[in-house]
Design a protein around this ligand. Structure first.
Ligand SMILES: Cc1cc2nc3c(=O)[nH]c(=O)nc-3n(C[C@H](O)[C@H](O)[C@H](O)COP(=O)(O)O)c2cc1C
Length: 407
């Protein structure tokens, strides 16, 4: 279940050059299941019209609290009481100053003062405005008062020069907000659990510039790490180098070869509650990696690279297993279920995720996946073709249900 699902979120938009980016943040929150209502300052309406926010959210937008026609309805109190999470994006220097001092001279600031919901502040302004001691003093005051302030980004400002004060990218804002909410929510399904996830295809060196690897993108492992974090776990992601963004709140460890992966997993296994081995580990590595780049011989002779087996990580860890719940992955191109069933018993895993990587939209590289979940002594479960994040959630929900059944 997504932490944003059915959450009542009030977004306060103040008047800055980044006001339009609030639309992109709101879209992402709504995509994740939130119901969003917007309160705007009068100056914000100079940058984006209330109609745009109203159309996007399907909810009335609050700007002026003195023109309501409903005699039973005090606008800011109704909105404040409805709110479960309040996000100020973008928060101007002016809005920050007002909130730090408890001013309530319009619908937006009155709603902020009147709500008891957790409040998140995403500042965006010119770098000199941000660095001004008055703004810094006001931001410190917000933190002292228990509001959560996101650090602005450094980069090119609308003024044409670079500095600190830019609004972070909408995806980064949503990732930060999500991680803040997780930290504020104590009873999530994986709260208190240490989850170790491996991802990506290992790289086995041939020489200093070449390696043997596979087509794994790491996307499935990163999705599991994100989903586990969003279900409250403390997550470490051990990955081979990828271009994927590190999920918010996840601790990252980078490795290259199967041997390095084994060392990294072994060092953490005794303190792990749940291990998810989504990495595609090379079965073989060159016997000897050359110290220097291998050159073409003058006689154009064939080059032979002798390979030897890499350590089998799950088999190596099996004897050390005590209370850990272990999830393995099997990527197969034929005889999927027979091969997966064999892996399930030989590697002592609690849940095996079987992937037919020869099918379109399944397995390596893409953003979708369809898997079969196998557990010892239980019927296999086939998931529909869906996003890797949705598949990751299904896997983890199955683990949580299994853990509950075990205790
Ligand atoms: C074109 C333009 C861009 C602005 N951008 C910002 C900004 O990014 N951040 C900020 O704090 N103020 C910015 N301001 C100044 C605010 O609009 C001004 O301080 C206003 O009083 C803020 O009102 P509000 O906080 O009630 O929305 C900008 C003003 C203009 C005219």
């Amino acid at each position: 279940m997504d932490i944003w699902n059915e959450r009542h979120v009030t977004v306060v938009v103040s008047g800055g050059i980044a006001s339009y980016k609030a639309l992109l943040v709101i879209r992402q929150l709504m995509k994740r299941g939130a119901t969003v209502r917007v309160a705007m300052t009068a100056h914000a309406t100079e940058f984006v019209t209330p109609l745009t926010f109203q159309t996007l959210t399907g909810q009335p937008v609050v700007v002026d609290e003195f023109t309501t026609s409903d005699p039973h309805h005090v606008v800011h109190v109704a909105l404040a009481d409805w709110t479960e999470t309040l996000v100020m994006v973008p928060a101007t220097a002016n809005l920050i100053a007002k909130v730090a001092n408890g001013l309530a001279d319009d619908a937006a600031t009155t709603t902020i003062l009147a709500t008891t919901a957790p409040k998140f502040v995403i500042p965006a302004m010119n770098s000199h405005m941000y660095a001004n001691p008055a703004t810094q003093r006001n931001l410190d005051q917000l933190t002292t008062d228990g509001l959560h302030v996101m650090a602005p980004a450094t980069g090119l400002l609308a003024e044409g020069y670079a500095g600190r004060g830019r609004l972070p990218e909408p995806a980064e804002i949503v990732a930060w907000l999500t991680d803040q909410l997780i930290q504020l929510t104590p009873a999530l399904p994986l709260s208190g659990q240490n989850v170790l996830v491996t991802a990506g295809g290992t790289r086995e060196a041939i020489d200093p510039v070449r390696y043997i690897s596979n087509r794994s993108s790491g996307k499935m492992g990163y999705a599991v790490a994100q989903a586990a974090r969003e279900m409250g776990a403390t997550v470490t992601l051990i990955s081979t180098p990828t271009h994927l963004p590190v999920p918010a709140g996840v601790q990252m460890v980078t490795v290259n070869s199967a041997a390095e992966l084994l060392t990294a997993v072994s060092a953490r296994f005794s303190t792990t509650d749940l291990l998810v081995m989504a990495a595609a580990v090379s079965d073989y590595r060159p016997v000897n990696a050359a110290d220097e780049k291998i050159k073409k011989p003058a006689n154009h002779a064939n080059l032979t690279i002798e390979l030897t087996e890499t350590p089998d990580i799950l088999k190596t860890l099996a004897p050390q297993k005590t209370t850990q719940y272990v999830v393995g992955f099997a990527a197969e191109t034929q005889h999927l279920l027979a091969n997966a069933q064999r892996k399930l018993t030989s590697k002592k895993v609690d849940l095996l995720v079987a992937n037919d990587v020869s099918k379109a939209g399944v397995g390596f590289n893409g953003d979708t996946n369809q898997v079969t979940l196998l557990r010892p002594g239980q019927d296999s479960v086939k998931t529909p073709l869906q996003s890797k994040l949705a598949v990751a959630r299904t896997i983890l929900e199955t683990v949580v249900a299994d853990q509950a059944w075990r205790h």
